[in-house]
Unconditional design. Structure first.
Length: 588
């Protein structure tokens, strides 16, 4: 570092300097009172002294964490097959390193982090070493993740068990393995090993075969892998050799093979693996042997792959005699919020003790084996439909009234009294006049700012909520004493659509934005247009939400028909007085 002591850095520049995300810098400012104070800028985009920031990074060790990630020869870290240059890995670490802080609430976690918390919470307390006061040494058991990526699951294990376990992972991508090692070393004081290589074809964790106290794994669903023909005799495929399309069954057996007696594995699989005909023999063997204990269907959207449905298979290595107890089928797919899934061991125990029949069922193993070994909880758990035909009628009546109410809110506009001719002004001219400022898109939007979006989405006015942070191409600060933001958003959307956009993000660049035009109107007239555009947007939002609610009601009505709550006889509603009045208004 050779700073000019007069240089100033924004929060985004500090993040690039330290190789972390902007959220990390925000966390540093909140958590560390000694973090340098702003010396300039604006409240929403402060600047800091480069010299002070670099001194703080050196004092706290934040500045050299990434520089040494995956490169240290100390401790128990092992990142193998390191053939890439340090600069290449530094770029990868900078791009992918996580900002994980202990005080983050469950609602703040990313889907993959929430899944990790849930999976680890299913491990029994016996997973960690028992520390007896009079014991001289403690045998620290190992917890494995054979597809550890950036160690999200292993970090959740460390959060729960601390140094009571040894963390062991393998990752096929060398850069991700380096990130995993960095995340474990910089956030936890634990013993760990990170290996590189293809877990199924080159198992670097073979020293732990039959020895791990627990295994947690979210396999790479987007890149299915399976044992090759020459590995047909591999003892890991104890329950059968999976077909090429059943790569997840290979991962399931790979995880199980590393368990010691009474060890527990929690593996995430897709619903397809629970029912696919080609995997029936392997599923049947898992059930028949007593290895599979529980299957839990999770709400959509948990995990590393967006919009994926996941099931958790909980397996335990039994005694020599098979465990013939029933398999618990747990259907949590209907939860409205993934954060409601239990993420503590005690919470799971309470849920199992309660055994609500609408989400739980203990299915005898013979029943699972009598057929195609379908392991989807939805197939075995019959929802307790509490709604009656009268309930459906009341909901439908209310929807009809809502549609009539929204219909009355549709505006009617009069024709102008004369020809409408506008003179126009460009955004560049407004910027030079000081009526607006095109800010860095890395700045935090404030309520009232104009947001130009990526992927051809219409410009919007910032609300000051988390929704503002998605897909920002340009960020425009508006002088509200001279311009109306909703007026600008509407006319900008029309003018921007006429411009060819060549970049892959489908977004206007600054120069294109400066060429866009809006009518030159007094502020009072701008606000008239702005009020009209805002009202139309509110009606559109209401109709969109009402459409989603209507779709949900129709889905539930179909369910009522298929479960016998409703009869297939139906009538079409007659027009209500409200609807008649609405019809009369539209024909005047």
């Amino acid at each position: 570092m050779n700073p000019d002591e007069h240089d100033e850095l924004t929060a985004a520049a500090i993040a690039r300097l330290a190789g972390v995300g902007r959220a990390a810098v925000a966390n540093w400012r909140r958590r560390y009172p000694e973090f340098p104070k702003p010396i300039g800028g604006t409240p929403h985009s402060p600047t800091f002294s480069r010299a002070e920031v670099e001194a703080w990074l050196k004092e706290t060790g934040k500045g050299d964490q990434l520089a040494t990630a995956g490169r240290t020869d100390t401790g128990t870290q092992r990142v193998e097959d390191d053939s890439s240059s340090g600069e290449d890995l530094r770029d990868e670490w900078t791009r992918r390193a996580l900002d994980l802080t202990p005080e983050r609430g469950i609602a703040d976690l990313l889907p993959a982090q929430l899944l990790a918390r849930v999976m680890v919470s299913l491990l029994p307390p016996s997973t960690a070493a028992a520390r007896l006061p009079d014991a001289d040494t403690v045998d620290v058991p190992a917890v494995l993740d054979p597809a550890c990526f950036n160690a999200t699951l292993l970090m959740a294990v460390a959060d729960r068990f601390g140094d009571g376990v040894t963390l062991v992972g393998q990752e096929i991508q060398e850069s991700a393995a380096a990130v995993a090692a960095f995340n474990l070393r910089s956030n936890y004081d634990v013993t760990y090993e990170i290996h590189t290589g293809d877990s199924l074809l080159d198992d670097r964790l073979d020293a732990y075969l039959g020895a791990a106290s627990a295994v947690v794994c979210e396999p790479p669903f987007d890149k299915p892998q399976w044992p090759s023909a020459e590995l047909a005799t591999d003892p890991r495929w104890q329950f059968g050799i999976p077909a090429p399309r059943d790569g997840e069954l290979a991962w399931v057996q790979h995880c199980y093979a590393h368990l010691r007696l009474h060890g527990v594995a929690v593996v995430a699989v897709t619903p397809r693996t629970c029912v696919q005909p080609s995997g029936q023999s392997v599923r049947s063997a898992l059930v028949r042997s007593g290895v599979l204990r529980d299957v839990i269907a999770l709400p959509k959207g948990m995990g590393s792959v967006p919009d994926t449905n996941l099931h958790l298979w909980i397996m335990q290595r039994p005694q020599s005699a098979p465990d013939h107890r029933a398999v618990w089928m747990v259907d949590l797919s209907g939860l409205g919020d993934a954060a409601d899934v239990p993420h503590e061991f005690a919470a799971w125990q309470r849920l199992f003790d309660d055994a609500d029949p609408t989400i739980f069922r203990a299915v005898p193993r013979l029943e699972l084996l009598d057929g195609d070994a379908d392991l989807r909880p939805s197939r075995h758990v019959t929802a307790n439909v509490r709604a009656s035909a009268d309930d459906f009628a009341r909901v439908t009546d209310r929807l009809a009234n809502l549609y009539a109410y929204v219909g009355r809110g549709l505006p009617r506009f009069a024709a102008p009294s004369g020809p409408t001719r506008h003179s126009y002004v460009t955004f560049g001219e407004l910027e030079r006049a000081g009526a607006l400022v095109i800010r860095s898109r890395e700045d935090t939007p404030r309520a009232g700012d104009l947001l130009v979006r990526t992927l051809g989405r219409v410009p919007v006015v910032a609300t000051g909520t988390a929704d503002d942070d998605t897909g920002i191409a340009q960020l425009v600060e508006i002088d509200s004493a001279r311009l109306d933001a909703h007026f600008l958003a509407a006319f900008l959307g029309t003018d921007a659509n006429a411009l060819p956009v060549a970049n892959t993000l489908g977004a206007l660049n600054r120069e294109d934005l400066r060429r866009c035009r809006v009518p030159r109107l007094p502020l009072a007239e701008q606000r008239r247009y702005g009020d009209a555009f805002r009202h139309l947007q509110e009606v559109e939002d209401a109709l969109t939400k009402l459409g989603k609610v209507s779709g949900h009601v129709i889905d539930q009505t179909v369910n009522g028909l298929t479960t016998g709550v409703l009869a297939p006889d139906f009538t079409v509603m007659n027009k209500t007085d409200v609807a008649d009045a609405a019809d009369e208004e539209t024909t005047e």
